[in-house]
Design a protein around this ligand. Structure first.
Ligand code: ADP
Ligand code: MG
Length: 493
């Protein structure tokens, strides 16, 4: 049973589109568990030395993979360190090598492996506890606490096999939803999901008993077994659907809509969030802008009557900060505005030229050499001109801000030819500070900024607009060398 759960969990992770290192390390751990449990199971029914070898190799891999995954999941743990991964990997490999020698038949090698694995797993458990103690209250601490409860239950039921399996399976499943939905920070969402799965499995079990009770011959199978099977079916349905969908859409692309993605709750959540933002933003902006207007007006009035330079300077600060707040609110409105854009076929070069002219007119580009490479024969692209103008402006301003010492800003448009449909590319390239990888990962996140006076909405807006156009936006950056933004917009079919 545990093997089936472990396999399901790892398959669910492998087929998920967001294939992150964390997912892969957990999938690897589940594979090891599946090997260990599978070996045990098959050895029971078809005794053979190979099964016991598989079982032990799986078991030996578990501690290293647990440490690896646990470091990935909660970096900054003090009790287990990065080098422990290497040490345990070496130890496990050493022990695994023993299994290929005649020594493997010695009884204490078998129990030694168990003691070794259990001891390291206990170490991980204590490390989690120590880590949880250091954390201040919050979503992450709650996750840790739930995880610790799961592990404690597993340790407590260690000698009662069926219950132990159930607890471990539940904990694996909990970790699965915890890592595929990292942004469901509200933990009760997570727990609701888990409890829905549990309740439905329970319901299926009861249903099964009713049917068996009325119609079935002979005694019913044990409750725990039926429950585990229902649970596995429940958690396997999602990944199974995805696999089926991928296979069938290969044959007939139209079939895609028949399936609902098991991960679509995320999209729904995103949509609801966007809707809330759209409704909230204008009200919020209005409530802030009005008093800001009054503050600025009052400051200007006072300035005209100010008696000395110091007072004037202070009042200037007020006016400047009001302007800044106004900018923040405008950007926020831009971000929250609904993006049901009306797309009309337009010439991209004209839009690029207009945006760059605006930058030059506002003298934003002092000390910057602007290079143009506009492709003369571009097909028309369906777009909302205003929005694309905004995108180019935001990216170009960032590029200029990244080159305080001056440099070259290159703007290119190009034609991307393909069999199905031509596309148009826009490239904006600077020779500025560039970005490190961890920055690069976050630049499209709303309110992410590294600038002292930044708002962090510019690129989030760009990403939304381009997505609304069915296009793509990509970034390449080398720290110290510069950054390139690529935009691809599809042409009319
Ligand atoms: P803001 O400009 O208000 O900070 P953006 O969403 O426009 O917000 O950009 C987010 C972050 O992305 C910036 O703070 C900066 O760290 C990084 N960034 C964007 N464009 C560039 C660039 N051309 N060169 C270096 N860093 C950039
Ligand atoms: Mg910006």
């Amino acid at each position: 049973m545990l093997m089936a759960v472990a396999v399901t969990v790892s398959v669910a992770l492998m087929i998920n589109k967001k294939r992150e290192p964390l997912h892969l390390s957990f999938a690897a751990l589940c594979v090891a568990i599946a090997f260990h449990r599978g070996g045990l199971f098959f050895n029971l029914f078809y005794p053979h030395a190979a099964w016991s070898l598989i079982e032990r190799l799986g078991l030996l891999a578990i501690p290293t993979l647990t440490i690896y995954f646990s470091r990935d999941l909660f970096p900054g743990q003090t009790l287990i360190k990065k080098r422990d991964i290497r040490t345990t990997a070496l130890l496990s490999t050493g022990l695994a090598a023993l299994l290929f020698t005649p020594l493997r038949n010695l009884a204490y090698i078998g129990s030694g492996i168990y003691i070794y694995a259990d001891a390291l797993l206990l170490l991980c458990y204590f490390s989690l506890i120590v880590h949880a103690k250091q954390k201040t209250a919050g979503a992450e601490k709650k996750r840790l606490v739930y995880l610790i409860i799961g592990c404690t239950a597993a340790i407590a039921t260690y000698s009662i096999q069926p219950l132990f399996n159930l607890v471990v399976a539940g904990t694996l499943y909990f970790i699965l939803i915890m890592i595929i939905h990292p942004h469901l920070t509200e933990l009760h969402d997570l727990m609701t999901r888990a409890s829905v799965t549990l309740i439905v499995s329970l319901f299926a079990t009861v249903l099964f008993y009713l049917v068996i009770g009325f119609f079935g011959p002979g005694p019913a199978p044990p409750f725990l077994l039926v429950f585990m099977i229902s649970f596995i079916i429940m958690i396997a349905v999602g990944p199974f659907q995805v696999v089926l969908k991928r296979l069938l859409t290969r044959i007939n692309p139209e079939i895609k809509d028949v399936f609902t993605s098991p991960f679509d709750l995320d999209e729904k959540l995103e949509r609801e969030k966007a809707l809330l933002l759209e409704k909230m933003a204008p009200v919020f902006a209005h409530e802030i802008r009005n008093p800001l207007g009054s503050i600025k007006g009052a400051a200007q009035l006072l300035r005209s009557e100010a008696e000395n330079e110091e007072q004037k300077n202070l009042l200037d600060v007020i006016a400047q900060e009001v302007n800044r707040l106004n900018r923040v609110v405008s950007q926020f409105l831009d971000y929250a505005r609904p993006y049901s854009s009306e797309l009309r076929p337009r010439q991209i070069n004209a839009v690029v030229e207009k945006a760059m002219a605006l930058i030059e007119a506002n003298r934003l580009s002092a000390g910057i050499d602007i290079q143009w490479e506009l492709h003369p024969h571009l097909p028309l692209v369906p777009m909302d001109q205003e929005q694309i103008h905004q995108v180019i402006l935001n990216i170009a301003i960032n590029a200029i801000e990244a080159m305080p010492e001056g440099g070259t800003l290159t703007v290119r448009t190009s034609r991307i030819e393909s069999d199905t449909r031509d596309a148009v590319g826009i490239t904006i390239r600077d020779q500025g500070a560039g970005m490190r990888r961890d920055t690069l990962k976050q630049i499209f996140t709303p309110f992410f900024t590294t600038k002292e006076r930044g708002v962090g909405l510019g690129l989030a807006v760009c990403e939304r607009i381009i997505r609304g156009h069915g296009g793509k936006i990509r970034v390449k950056s080398i720290p110290g060398k510069g950054t390139i933004f690529y935009i691809r917009l599809e042409t009319v079919r």
